[in-house]
Design a protein. Structure first.
Lengths: 274, 332
């Protein structure tokens, strides 16, 4: 007699804290029943018991194994329910799955990170990893865009990052209010202001599909080689095991072959931006 | 390769004995068609060998339509399936790559595979939509099989391809040294050749596998829109396909998960929470299945994802014939 428990049974986690990041985005702090580790950029499947499962890339530091954080935009059936959950509730996680950011390839380089909206979640986990190896990096520039100042997430963290040597943060919003002092426009406008040594730089892009598309196009225009642009792809990853087929993107299964790809790996695959 | 033969009535007796230690399945004809049935003493003699092909693909033995993958269990009694067509057996090679990959071998699938012996039956006749040979697959057992059988003149001829096949023959209590008469083997070889010739003749217009992949990749919207217009997204083509194996995970209370076979032909298959759906348009979904079979799966796994069984053509409620589509594409 055998069963599939090891692959499909989620590890139970207690939700210990819920942080409001913006009107639509919350960060959930989870304590798994067993210690849980992941590589930056890898994703997990989060189960709301009896209701559904959805993929998220943890937004916390991969160096922490006793608890992890996921930052979730209220945008569908599962996430609607997650937003109504309270500390003390239980969730389930499976994973980690897939191929994350190959940070060792960033050694000795400048790293340009382009993020939009809730796409900051995987980026924050990447930033924690990069801070840990900052002696091996030249510099890290984060360009982050959101719709309004109210939609900007991780506000305390942004301040912390601005005070970290070698790290700089540039932000833009589409619709500013009277207190906004940074750039206005879609996130790609920030790329006009960056000062990167492109020959010795890599770029990381994570955000909504439309932002990923125009961000990538702009990076290519700036002269970034296709193999130095890292994209965190969003597809309907369901099993996480390369079997269920829902995240197929041409010959790739995003859950197993990705979710992080270089642009040259996927540029000829179908519907990469939707 | 080693051949032995046994009279049909003796063979049926061997199978009867096997029932005590195995669940034995074989194709049995019913009012409408022919499908796998769990054999018992009453129907052993009704098992049909050599006729293509059971309505249900072989995958159903390894991937049930619906099962609990968190606390479900796999029956411990070993299974023997007699009379699977080679097209289905070749399809299992792809399922094995997906479900028994090094990183995440699926326990239930793997246990069923290890627990099951599949005995190929040589097809000694053809059906209207059979086209295995167009894709380089023989309608008989081959070196990928453990064991194959053919029924000729009330004699069962068994071809043993490897040690595993030989071990199973011993379990059946058949003496492995009884060589079939020369005339019997000649008769089998002649029939096999006739079937190969019929298949080639029937599908002489059909482009080969790789060529079909190139045609699908290069084809413009026109043909897809036309053929997709008869598709009602029922998913029967995938359900009945020996290699389609996508699934949906359904959550149940207690952190339980149910795996239910799914298909890219259903709307919403690729839809993400943000609303983007790459396969929202019917012609895109329709074409996706063929791109998957003829282009992406072969690129990814270096295996064919259509074995030419023709079931999708037979089952289609919209009477879509993929082979007509490919012939049409080859003529553009």
């Amino acid at each position: 007699m055998g069963n599939n428990g090891s692959l499909y049974k989620p590890l139970k986690c207690e939700l210990i804290k819920v942080l409001d990041e913006s009107p639509l985005i919350k960060t959930f702090v989870l304590v798994p029943e067993e210690s849980f580790s992941f590589g930056t950029g890898q994703f997990i499947e989060v189960t709301v018991d009896g209701l559904g499962e959805a993929p998220f890339t943890p937004s916390s530091s991969p160096l922490k194994t006793e608890q992890l954080e996921i930052t979730v935009m209220k945008t569908g059936y599962v996430t609607d329910h997650m937003h109504s959950m309270k500390p003390g509730d239980m969730m389930g996680i499976r994973g980690p799955f897939g191929r994350g950011y190959p940070v060792e390839k960033f050694y000795g380089k400048e790293v340009l990170i382009l993020g939009g909206g809730c796409g900051f979640a995987p980026i924050r986990s990447l930033l924690y990893s990069l801070i840990a190896i900052s002696d091996k990096l030249k510099k890290v520039t984060l360009c982050y865009g959101s719709k309004t100042p109210e939609d900007c997430i991780y506000k305390p963290y942004i301040q912390e990052l601005r005070e970290t040597p070698k790290f700089e943060v540039m932000r833009s919003v589409d619709e500013p209010d009277q207190n906004w002092t940074e750039r206005v426009g879609v996130v790609t406008v920030l790329l006009d202001d960056v000062n990167m040594d492109i020959k010795n730089s890599v770029a990381v892009v994570c955000g909504p599909p439309i932002m990923m598309k125009f961000g990538t196009m702009k990076l290519l225009e700036m002269g970034y080689p296709e193999h130095d642009i890292y994209l965190s792809m969003e597809k309907n990853m369901s099993c996480g095991l390369g079997k269920c087929g829902h995240c197929m993107m041409g010959k790739y299964l995003v859950c197993k072959d990705g979710p992080v790809f270089t642009y040259d790996e996927i540029k000829n695959q179908p519907h990469i931006w939707n | 390769m080693n051949r032995i033969s046994i009279p049909k009535h003796e063979w049926d007796e061997r199978l009867l004995q096997l029932l005590s230690s195995f669940e034995v399945y074989a194709p049995v004809e019913n009012e409408f068609s022919c499908d796998y049935m769990l054999l018992d003493a009453d129907i052993i003699s009704e098992a049909v060998y050599n006729k293509p092909k059971p309505v249900t693909p072989l995958k159903k033995f390894f991937l049930p339509v619906k099962e609990n993958v968190t606390s479900g269990t796999v029956p411990a009694k070993p299974v023997a399936i007699f009379g699977a067509p080679n097209c289905d057996v070749m399809g299992l090679a792809l399922l094995d790559m997906i479900y028994m990959d090094e990183e995440y071998a699926d326990p239930a699938y793997q246990e069923r595979r290890e627990n099951t012996t599949v005995i190929v039956a040589d097809c000694l006749s053809i059906q209207e939509n059979c086209h295995c040979t167009s894709y380089g697959i023989e309608p008989t057992g081959n070196e990928h099989s453990d064991l194959s059988l053919a029924l000729v003149d009330e004699m069962v001829i068994l071809t043993i391809y490897n040690k595993k096949g030989e071990e199973f023959i011993k379990k059946l209590g058949v003496v492995v040294s009884i060589e079939p008469e020369k005339e019997l083997v000649q008769s089998l070889v002649k029939k096999q050749q006739e079937v190969m010739d019929q298949l080639k003749k029937q599908n002489s217009n059909l482009p080969g596998y790789q060529e079909t992949g190139k045609l699908i990749s290069a084809s413009v919207n026109g043909a897809w829109v036309k053929h997709a217009s008869n598709c009602v997204s029922c998913g029967a083509c995938s359900a009945i396909c020996p290699t389609c194996s996508c699934f949906l995970l359904i959550d149940k209370p207690g952190f339980e998960k149910i795996r239910q076979l799914d298909t890219c032909q259903y709307p919403g298959f690729e839809r993400v929470a943000g609303g983007e759906d790459a396969l929202n348009a019917l012609p895109d979904r329709f074409r996706n299945r063929y791109m998957c079979k003829y282009v992406w799966k072969p690129e990814k796994y270096e295996l064919q994802a259509c074995t030419g069984c023709g079931r999708c053509i037979e089952t289609c409620i919209g009477q879509i014939n993929k082979n007509e589509l490919f012939v049409e594409l080859s003529r553009v």
